[in-house]
Write a protein that binds this ligand. Structure first.
Ligand code: NAD
Ligand code: FE2
Length: 401
């Protein structure tokens, strides 16, 4: 981890973020619908690019999905080199290897083909390459002067919203602590939300990544930096996900549900790229760092526990989401509506196989988890600060006994 980051910590980083994110953010051109990934590939040729680095992972290559993009690019005269070394929650060294591949192959643009791990890696590779920087030098805020190399993304999970956010999250190779790269320049030029690419996403990954998107929608909505604009996106995302995640989980071939989830994830990305996230992410990041719990699964498990804790402070916002999602009506008391929203999250989790508790959390780690979660979470625009004892009780509540 870079020394400056250790010294300054999340609070400084988030104070800078607030100034940055409140400005209007650029948005990618977005192609939506069946085979929109081919449309995106056709548009890449318009940029006069000759040799694209495709940043992806081995399972996606093995499934033959990456071929769809490679062939579409070839049809339009664009050569590709595939870097398939991305692993979930990519570490610095994994991303450095991608940058080395780009340089070795003299690529002039970058296409991310994958979930948040591939997209985040591609974003930083494109930034580092254009600025002749190392990956580690990109960590932090607005570290680079020049825009990225031409950058395009095809998300294969619905999910992280990384296709529209100004952030990329990398992990330390040893501690697995998360290290954000934050820069408007990371927002890609264009993205394709193509349900066909998501058909084969296994149910457990559909569930976890879908709940990541729901967490973005709800945490940004109840947080103190939400605006009229981010709230519109948060409400739309919440309803789309409540209405479609279980269908996508049960029937992966349902292209309408897949497209709705891709849109929900994108809208949630638009919301949290400005209004940020909260304590759910702060706790989930520790489960990832200590036990390799996937990002989405961690959020999915923590979300209802945390909402129970915050429901007093966030009752009004939770009630609005309940009414908008059709879970209750305006005539009901605010606290009852807030509880209905939380109960809907518990119910959805149960329907898509997300456990209420986990056996990975070890007693001897609890202090460190709580300390790091509070350090991170207290820097987010949370509805209210939580006490150490509350956070500890929550973490204990997550443990299977
Ligand atoms: N930049 C941001 O704004 C942002 C926001 C949230 C999370 N993140 C980061 O995103 C990462 C998590 O991304 P993720 O949850 O999308 O998962 P992921 O990219 O790590 O992928 C998880 C697994 O799903 C598989 N997979 C992906 N798409 C598939 C498909 N269509 N069919 C079959 N298998 C498929 C992958 O091969 C991989 O094994 C974390 O590192 C997290 O920190 C970033
Ligand atoms: Fe997330």
């Amino acid at each position: 981890m870079p020394a400056f980051y250790k010294v300054l910590g999340y609070k400084f980083v988030l104070a800078v973020t607030r100034r940055a994110v409140s400005k209007p953010q650029p948005r990618p051109v977005v192609y939506v619908g069946n085979d929109s990934s081919r449309q995106l590939c056709r548009s890449i040729a318009h940029f006069g690019l000759k040799n694209i680095l495709v940043v992806t992972d081995k399972p996606l290559v093995a499934l033959g999905l990456v071929d769809i993009a490679v062939q579409a690019l070839a049809e339009h005269g664009v050569a590709t080199h595939i870097y398939d070394g991305i692993l979930p929650d990519p570490t610095l060294s994994v991303v450095e290897a991608g940058l080395a591949a780009l340089k070795q192959q003299h690529c002039d643009g970058v296409l991310a083909f994958g979930g948040g791990s591939s997209m985040d890696s591609a974003k930083v590779i494109a930034l580092a390459a254009a600025n002749d920087m190392s990956i580690v030098d990109c960590i932090g805020f607005n570290k680079a002067k020049k825009p990225t190399l031409p950058l395009f993304v095809i998300p294969t999970t619905a999910g992280t919203g990384s296709e529209v956010t100004l952030a990329a999250i990398l992990s330390d190779d040893e501690t697995h602590a998360k290290m954000p790269v934050v820069d408007f320049k990371l927002i890609p030029s264009a993205a394709a939300l193509d349900p066909v690419i998501m058909k084969g996403l296994p149910p457990h990954i559909t569930a976890a990544t879908g709940m990541d998107a729901l967490t973005h929608a709800i945490e940004s909505y109840i947080g103190q930096w939400s605006t009229e604009e981010t709230s519109q996106y948060g409400r739309a995302a919440t309803k789309l996900i409540f209405d479609n995640l279980q269908t996508a989980y049960e029937n992966g071939d349902d292209l309408a549900a897949r497209e709705a989830m891709a849109l929900g994830s994108y809208y949630a990305g638009l919301a949290f790229t400005q209004a940020m996230v909260g304590y759910v992410h702060a706790v989930s990041h520790q489960l990832g760092a200590h036990y390799n719990v996937p990002h989405g699964l961690g959020n999915a498990m923590v979300l209802p526990h945390m909402l129970e804790l915050l429901k007093g402070a966030a009752a009004g916002k939770l009630a609005e989401l309940a009414v908008y999602s059709g879970i209750g009506t305006e005539s009901e008391p605010e606290s009852a509506l807030a509880q209905k929203l939380i109960d809907r999250v518990w119910e959805l989790n149960a329907a898509i196989g997300i456990p209420k508790t986990t056996d990975v959390i070890q007693e001897q780690d609890i202090d460190a988890i709580v300390e790091a979660a509070l350090k991170e979470g207290n820097g987010y625009p949370v509805p209210r600060f939580i006490e150490k004892s509350e956070c500890e009780a929550l973490v204990r509540g997550l443990r299977s006994v």
